[in-house]
Design a protein around this ligand. Structure first.
Ligand code: ZN
Ligand code: ZN
Length: 434
């Protein structure tokens, strides 16, 4: 069977599962869960794998679900990833009214496309024609949020790293995958579109605790040390650093206050912030991080208070992979037209696909079919065909390109690929960040 016939069969099989795939995307949307808490979502994925004869492993890095499709002959394993987690957005019409969780980053579509691609490859019988395996991998905790909660998980020994893919790497669940792809939702692109060829910022996360001295805020403020004022100075100091950041380093520094004092009539003595320091390269992130540490320490010094700074490994910048991207983009072009493809360039957000891109050919592209801005209440699926079905087809077609004819193409890509880090080097790099 030639490649075009295999692709036709896979796409027909995905079309015949169209209702199931779209229903899955909606079900996940309507049951959003934050990272490392995606228990219902994971159970839904495991159930649908079982219903379609795809054996899977569960509870990988707490909630990951890995479905395996075996080819007719031995060869490399291609990962098709889908992220399980949501964000918090109480105003989203599809938010969980109890927890405030909502899929405002479109990860529900990733799960539908990851599982949908697997269903198409399996039920079409095309896997028997291919050399290698496919891992349809629903992965936990891409959004690096709820840091206090995750540090608690760390203290309990349930995780070491706060992001899902780093945990999967650490635990060996990525060891059998040689290359991977993921289709993320694009912002404000209601119609057919593919954004590809991007790099992204990496970041470190920081937990800051400003320590002052409590006192009666009305009677004796002069006897206190106001930790909220230290924080205010720290933010001014950080803002004063911004003109020193080079445009080409695409630095982003942003923070939230997670504790601002307890009672208004007591001088605040314990004020806390979470921050990200993002940049285009590890060196640029380290340089900006040193400046931020100085800004924080200077603020504490000015008011004779103290500051505790905890810097945590976030994500590495994403390297632009070209070979698998080219195949995936070509398959999108066949489905939606070449004129719907755009090169994305560098984005100043971050993803832990950046970490994987240091270890293996890792492709992340963005599909249209969504309205509203990412991480806002307005975000949602505008076009179910484009959001759920087209990416499933394009990824399944790319598996055909990679693993047909004794996996010639996949093997050539792997022979040419020079990983930026080995797994031990990667883990050491994360563990060095303090
Ligand atoms: Zn996302
Ligand atoms: Zn996001």
């Amino acid at each position: 069977m030639d490649r075009s016939e295999m692709k036709r069969r896979v796409c027909d099989a995905i079309d015949s599962h169209r209702d199931v795939i779209i229903a899955l995307g909606r079900t996940i949307r309507d049951n959003p869960e934050l990272g490392f808490k995606e228990h219902k979502t994971a159970a839904t994925v495991a159930k649908i794998f079982a219903a379609h004869g795809i054996p899977c492993q569960e509870k990988l890095a707490i909630t990951g679900v890995k479905g395996i499709l075996m080819g007719g002959a031995a060869g490399p394993t291609v990962g098709i990833l889908g992220e399980l987690d949501s964000l918090l957005c109480a105003d989203s019409p599809f938010g969980d009214k109890t927890t405030g969780a909502a899929h405002t980053c479109g990860h529900n579509a990733q799960i539908a496309t990851c599982v949908g691609a697997g269903m198409g490859l399996k039920s079409s019988g095309v896997m028997e024609q291919l050399a290698g395996r496919v891992a349809c991998f629903a992965v936990p905790a891409e959004e690096f949020v709820e840091i206090e909660y995750r540090l608690d998980l760390k203290r309990q020994g349930k995780i070491e790293f706060l992001g899902g893919k780093a945990e999967l790497v650490r635990l060996g669940h990525m060891d059998d995958i040689q290359m991977a792809m993921l289709v993320h939702a694009a912002a404000v692109s209601p119609g057919p579109k593919l954004l590809h060829g991007s790099t992204s910022n990496g970041f470190v996360a920081k937990m800051i605790r400003f320590k002052g001295k409590a006192s009666h805020a009305g009677v004796a403020p002069e006897q206190g040390i106001n930790a909220l004022n230290i924080m205010a100075l720290a933010i001014m100091n950080i803002n004063a650093q911004r003109e020193t950041f080079r445009d080409e380093d695409t630095i982003r520094v942003h923070q939230i206050v997670t504790r601002g004092g307890d009672l208004v009539n007591i001088v605040p003595d314990d004020v806390r912030m979470e921050m990200f320091v993002r940049g285009k390269t590890v060196e640029a992130i380290q340089d900006a991080n040193r400046k931020i540490n100085r800004a924080l320490e200077a603020a504490a010094m000015a008011l004779d208070g103290e500051v505790e700074i905890q810097t945590l490994p976030g994500y590495l910048p994403r390297i632009n992979e070209t070979a698998v991207t080219g195949l995936l983009a070509g398959n999108f072009a066949a489905l939606i037209g070449q004129d719907r493809l755009e090169i994305e360039g560098h984005i100043t957000g971050s993803s832990d696909t950046g970490d994987l891109s240091h270890l293996m050919p890792m492709v992340e592209v963005k599909s249209g079919g969504f309205h509203g801005g990412l991480h806002t209440a307005a975000y949602g699926v505008a076009d179910e065909e484009q959001a759920y079905i087209v990416p499933a087809k394009a990824m399944a077609m790319t598996v055909v390109d990679l693993l047909a004819d004794h996996a010639t193409v996949a093997n050539r890509i792997l022979a040419d690929f020079k990983p930026k880090m080995s797994k031990p080097e990667y883990l050491a790099c994360l563990r060095e960040i303090k």
